[in-house]
Write a protein that binds this ligand. Structure first.
Ligand SMILES: [Zn+2]
Length: 71
């Protein structure tokens, strides 16, 4: 079995993982609420895109009262 010859240093590990989080690359400020969101995506905070409300975030709260109780 092939085994690494040297221990991976913390600096090398950090350099490798610097590409692991793609968020923040395309993030812009939402013109509606000011939260950071991905460009060309619906804002996850207010549900707006292109100055129009696409997803009503006020109704997206989990409403468990309508569900029948489990056995
Ligand atoms: Zn927003």
């Amino acid at each position: 079995m092939a085994v690494p010859k040297r221990k991976t240093s913390p600096a090398r590990k950090g350099k490798r993982r610097s590409h692991h989080n793609p968020l923040g690359v395309n993030s812009i400020e939402c013109p509606n609420c000011g939260e950071f969101k991905l460009a060309h995506h619906i804002c996850s905070a207010c549900g707006y895109y292109n100055k129009k409300e696409i997803v009503d975030m006020t109704e997206s709260e989990e409403d468990q009262s309508d569900l029948p109780p489990p056995n």
